[in-house]
Design a protein around this ligand. Structure first.
Ligand code: BES
Ligand code: MN
Ligand code: MN
Length: 454
């Protein structure tokens, strides 16, 4: 094992230079104009997998391709590990907020700034380099490995479940390994015990057949902007709870052990508040901040569109308004049930004179891990050895909808071993990954592959 770690140690500079090349490719899956760049990113990754000693193939889907890397030389007795990550990234806008351009990776203060550095190219590439460490220093891997990198995670993985079903034998494994989440804090390695699910909608409110003069018509004709504001205002109770009837019916009560574990984490509301630049923290009564983020559902307006928002005052009564509204879900909520409940709620509260239409954009199921078993122990030991301190259990406020689907279809536990940090600006301007986590993480993963074998 020590040759593997020495090899990694002495190649960290090259690894980082390679990551920068990966980060320079704008693989923005959501935008049609980046379709060729997204493919180039897949191609680049497949080439680096081959350089690392894996067999790699690009597999077409109706959308962006999947990259599949494989090494199956460890024999029947050794476990098979499925590594999952994504090579696509979120759009970088607003561009003017970036201190250095999103697709020109730049190091400042020990941080790698670039879109995708943390989510998820940097973390995915750490696996390729950990595998290269074993394959170069030892000529073999301690386990059989399949690396599945998709290019559509940030658009809701529309083609991944069909891909998994169509390749179920090839993806058969004993454990799934994913690095696409965060550590609790700097220097404190973490293993994920949950992920929230997602139900994402557009609410469209329409009124008169065209915009109207707000003086000529205001007060006598329904205003979709006013109506939408009313609808949105009914989504929460003053206590912070979601006010949709039946919304909490399927929310499980989390076990007291996990809640005690959350309680024991070194979290300060005061510091958290200051870091975010807010006056006060808000949320559902009866739950701590971390519980609100990890084990309770939420509802948020993500965007609003209505009327005149340009310079100066235009007196207009808009004929259309739209809100993007997302719900983060926890076990055992489902997006289909939330959709039905939201539709019923909106029909009940929508004011007269407008028509309301709800479109669902994304759905994804929440996940709760069973934090036990030999693979979980292996991850605990590997992180402890690499970081010099035992990992803590963390929940994931975000969503990786494929996780539950993997577990159900492959009958294998999922390990979330993430290396980004809260505050890394995922999906925001100035996304970054600590150089330290990139480097130490590669060593940790190399150790983990070893420990998964024994
Ligand atoms: N890597 C994130 C998910 C994540 C981030 C989980 C931090 C836990 C902590 C992933 O790339 C992501 O952004 N997922 C989307 C969902 C998807 C359906 C667009 C999300 O959570 O918004
Ligand atoms: Mn991600
Ligand atoms: Mn993401």
């Amino acid at each position: 094992m020590s040759e593997v770690l020495t090899f990694i140690e002495s190649n960290l500079g090259r690894f980082r230079a390679e990551l920068y090349a990966f980060l320079r490719i704008p693989s923005i899956s959501a935008k049609a104009e980046f379709i060729e760049d997204t493919r180039r990113s897949a191609q680049w990754l497949a080439d680096r997998m081959r350089d690392a000693g894996l067999e790699a193939e690009i597999i077409e889907t109706p959308g962006h391709p999947v990259v599949l890397g494989e090494w199956r030389g460890a024999g029947e007795a050794a476990p098979t590990v499925l590594v999952y990550g994504h090579y696509d990234v979120q759009p970088p806008e607003p561009l003017e907020e970036w201190i250095s351009p999103p697709f020109e990776p730049t190091e400042r203060d020990g941080r790698i700034y670039a879109r995708g550095s943390a989510d998820d190219k940097g973390q995915l590439y750490m696996h390729v380099k950990a595998l290269e460490g074993h394959l170069t220093a030892n000529g073999s891997l301690p386990v059989n490995v399949v690396v599945l990198a998709e290019g559509e995670e940030e658009t809701g993985s529309p083609n991944l479940v069909p891909f998994v079903d169509a390749n179920i034998d090839r993806l058969a494994c004993d454990v799934v390994l994913i690095s696409d989440t965060s550590m609790f804090s700097e220097g404190l390695p973490s293993l994920g015990f949950s992920l929230r699910g997602l139900a994402y909608f557009e609410i469209h409110v329409s009124g008169a057949k065209s915009d109207l003069h707000s003086g000529e018509y205001g007060g006598a004709v329904a205003n979709p902007g006013n109506a939408l504001a009313h609808i949105l205002a009914t989504l929460h109770e003053p206590t912070g709870r979601v006010a949709i009837e039946g919304f909490y019916d399927d929310v499980i009560e989390w076990d007291t052990g996990t809640r005690a574990q959350i309680e024991s984490l070194p979290h300060s509301d005061e510091q958290y508040r200051k870091d975010l630049g807010v006056d006060e923290l808000v949320g559902e009564d009866g739950f701590s901040t971390l519980e609100r983020l990890w084990i309770r559902p939420s509802c948020d307006v993500n965007g609003l569109l209505c009327g005149y928002t340009g310079e100066g005052a235009k007196t207009v009564l808009p004929n259309h308004a739209m809100a993007k509204v997302s719900f983060r879900l926890v076990p055992d909520q489902t997006d289909s049930k939330v959709r039905a409940l939201l539709e019923r709620h909106v029909n009940k509260v929508a004011p007269p004179g407008v028509t309301v239409q709800i479109k669902e954009l994304h759905g994804g199921r929440p996940w709760k891990a069973s934090v036990e078993g030999r693979y979980f122990e292996a991850a605990t030991e590997a992180l402890k050895e690499a970081f010099g301190t035992a990992p803590v259990l963390v929940g994931g406020g975000g969503s990786i909808p494929i996780v539950v689907e993997f577990e159900e279809r492959l009958h294998a536990p999922v390990l979330l071993v993430g290396f980004s940090l809260p505050g890394c600006n995922l999906h925001a301007p100035n996304e970054w990954l600590p150089v330290e986590n990139f480097e130490r993480g590669i060593g940790a993963l190399a150790l983990l592959y070893q420990k998964l074998a024994s």
